[in-house]
Design a protein around this ligand. Structure first.
Ligand SMILES: [Cu+2]
Length: 500
C-alpha cells in the first residue's frame, strides 16, 4: 500500500486552508489526491490532505460533527477520530479509539462534544480505526492560549500547514523518488526581521524525521502541547505523533533556504529535492535554494524543562511511586507483545464493558491487555525494549488521557525527578535504554497506551489502562448517540464494513 509518511510544519504558508472549529462539521470522504505527483485514493477529512486545521481557544467547548461519507469499499468504510493529546476528562467516550467507542458507520455521523478547559498548544487529530489514518485521515489541531506566556517572543503564528515515506510531504507537498521532477515544494514565506512561531507536527505512520532549516537556529518552546523553557537548537528528531513549537527569527540574508525532513526509513536523503521544502524570505527570487545543510545542534529531550509546575509526581527515588509497572516489549510470531500479550481490539469497547459492570482486569477484555489503575496514585511505566528496539524501532509510545513526565529519556541513563520533560509521546529508544515515565491518576476512564507506528499498533503493540474503573460511569456520562454506535456497527455486513 502506497502511503504518505508526512509531517506538518505549521507556519506562514501561502495558500493555506482556512481553519475550522471549534464547532464544525467534519466530512470524511474518499477522494483522489496526488500530493507528491502520484494519484491515489484516500480517506480524507473534508477531501484534503492533510485535513483542515481545527482551532479553538483554551476553555472552549469543541463540537465536531464527524460525518462518514465513505464509499470506497476497498478500504474501511467506518471511521472514528481521536483528538490526539486532549485529556477528554469526563468525556472518555469522545477519545476516538475502539477502546472508547464503536466506529461510526458509513452514512452515519457522530458528534464529538468535549471541553478543553486546561490545555493549549499543538495537537492533531487522526482516525483511530485500524490503520485508516495512513490512508489520509489526519490533520492538525491547535488550541490557542489567550494568555500565552510566550506571546511576547513571536510576531506571527498564522498556522497554515506546510508538510514535507514513500514521499516525505511537508504540508502535503513534496517530491518522491521516480515522481514528477517538477512537483511543487511547500514554501514557507517569511519577512526579514520578523519572529515566527512554527508548529511542527509529525502525522507520520512510521518513520521519525530529522528536521532542520539551513542557515538558521531556532528556539524550542513547546513539546506535545506542553510549554517548556526555551531551548536553542538547529535540528529536531521528531517521532510519529510528536509535536514541537519553535520560534524562528528571520535574521539571515534575504534568500531561499532548504527546510529538511530526513525520514528514518524509506527514501532518505535529499537527492532530486525529496524530503525538502523551501523557506523563502520576502524579496528573494522565486527559485530553489542552493544552501547546504548546516545543523550541528540537535535538540536533546533531556534539555526540555516544563515551564509550569515542573517535577515528576512521586518521590525522587527509583521506586518512589504507588504503581510501578515494568513493560517488557517483545515480538513473537509476527506480533508485538507487551508483557507477553499481543493486543487484539475487543469487539465491545472497553468503556462499554465498564459501563456494563466489568471493573477488574480479570473481567475486562481483551484478556491480559487491560490494566486497572487506582485513582489519585502515582504510576510509573518503564519500557524494556531489548527485544524490539531493532524491530522497526525506536518505538514511540503514546498515552491517551494524560501527559507524563519522562524521568529517564532515550539515550540517557540519568533519572530526573526534579524537572523532567513532559509530553504525551515518547521514544522508547535503543536496546540499552529503559525509558521511564510517570503520571498521576486523575482521569477516570479506559485509556489506550500504544506504539504510534501504526503498523505496530495494528500488530498488537498496545495495552489499555482502566483508570479508576469504579468511577468511570459516574464521571463520563455518555450521550444517547454514543449508545447507538455499537448496535449500528455490529449490524453492518462485510460489504458495509469495507476493507475487503
Ligand atoms: Cu512501534
Amino acid at each position: 500500500m502506497f502511503y504518505f509518511s508526512s509531517f506538518l510544519l505549521l507556519g506562514p504558508i501561502a495558500g493555506a486552508l482556512a481553519a475550522i472549529g471549534p464547532v464544525t462539521d467534519l466530512h470524511i470522504v474518499n477522494s483522489f489526491i496526488q500530493p507528491d505527483g502520484f494519484n491515489r485514493s484516500g480517506v480524507l477529512a473534508e477531501g484534503v490532505f492533510p485535513g483542515p486545521l481545527i482551532t479553538g481557544n483554551k476553555g472552549d467547548n469543541f463540537q465536531i460533527n464527524v460525518i462518514d461519507e465513505l464509499t470506497n469499499g476497498t478500504m474501511l468504510l467506518s471511521t472514528s477520530v481521536h483528538w490526539h493529546g486532549l485529556f477528554q476528562k469526563t468525556t472518555n467516550w469522545a477519545d476516538g479509539a475502539f477502546v472508547n467507542q464503536c466506529p461510526i458507520a458509513a452514512n452515519d455521523s457522530f458528534l464529538y462534544n468535549f471541553n478543553v478547559p486546561d490545555q493549549a498548544g499543538t495537537f492533531w487529530y487522526h482516525s483511530h480505526l485500524s490503520t485508516q489514518y495512513c490512508d489520509g485521515l489526519r490533520g492538525p489541531l491547535v488550541v490557542y492560549d489567550p494568555q500565552d506566556p510566550y506571546a511576547d517572543l513571536y510576531d506571527v503564528d498564522d498556522a497554515g500547514a506546510a508538510p514535507t515515506s514513500d514521499a516525505t510531504l511537508i504540508n502535503g507537498l513534496g517530491r518522491s523518488v521516480n515522481g514528477p521532477a517538477d512537483a511543487p515544494f511547500a514554501v514557507v514565506n517569511v519577512v526579514q526581521g520578523s519572529r515566527y512561531r512554527f508548529r511542527l507536527v509529525s502525522i507520520s505512520c512510521d518513520p521519525n524525521f530529522l528536521f532542520s532549516i539551513d542557515g538558521h537556529t531556532f528556539t524550542v518552546i513547546e513539546a506535545d502541547s506542553v510549554n517548556h523553557e526555551p531551548v536553542v537548537a538547529d535540528s529536531i528528531q521528531i517521532f510519529a505523533a510528536q509535536r514541537y513549537s519553535f520560534i524562528l527569527t528571520a535574521n539571515q540574508t534575504v534568500d531561499n533556504y532548504w527546510i529538511r525532513a530526513n525520514p528514518s526509513n524509506g527514501h532518505t536523503g535529499f537527492a532530486g529535492g525529496i524530503n525538502s521544502a523551501i523557506l523563502r524570505y520576502s524579496g528573494a527570487p522565486v527559485a530553489d535554494p542552493v544552501t547546504t545543510q548546516t545543523s550541528v545542534n540537535l535538540l536533546q529531550e533531556t534539555s526540555l524543562v516544563p515551564l509550569e509546575n515542573p517535577g515528576a509526581p512521586g518521590n525522587a527515588t527509583l521506586n518512589g511511586v504507588d504503581v510501578d509497572l515494568n513493560l517488557v516489549l517483545s515480538f513473537v510470531g509476527g506480533r508485538f507483545e507487551i508483557n507477553g500479550v499481543s493486543f487484539v481490539p475487543p469487539t465491545v469497547p472497553v468503556l462499554l464493558q465498564i459501563l456494563s459492570g466489568a471493573t477488574t482486569a480479570a473481567e475486562l477484555l481483551p484478556s491480559g491487555s487491560v490494566y486497572t489503575l487506582p485513582l489519585n496514585s502515582v504510576i510509573q511505566l518503564s519500557f524494556n525494549t531489548v527485544a524490539v528496539a531493532a524491530i522497526g524501532g525506536p518505538h514511540p509510545f503514546h498515552l491517551h488521557g494524560h501527559t507524563f513526565d519522562v524521568v529517564r529519556s532515550a539515550g540517557s541513563t540519568e533519572y530526573n525527578y526534579v524537572n523532567p520533560p513532559r509530553r504525551d509521546v515518547v521514544s522508547t529508544g535503543a536496546a540499552t535504554d529503559n525509558v521511564t515515565i510517570r503520571f498521576a491518576t486523575d482521569n477516570a476512564g479506559p485509556w489506550f497506551l500504544h506504539c504510534h507506528i501504526d503498523w505496530h499498533l495494528e500488530a498488537g503493540f498496545a495495552i489499555v489502562f482502566a483508570e479508576d474503573a469504579p468511577d468511570v460511569a459516574a464521571a463520563n456520562p455518555v450521550p444517547d448517540a454514543w449508545n447507538q454506535l455499537c448496535p449500528t456497527y455490529d449490524a453492518l455486513t462485510s460489504a458495509q464494513l469495507g476493507g475487503n
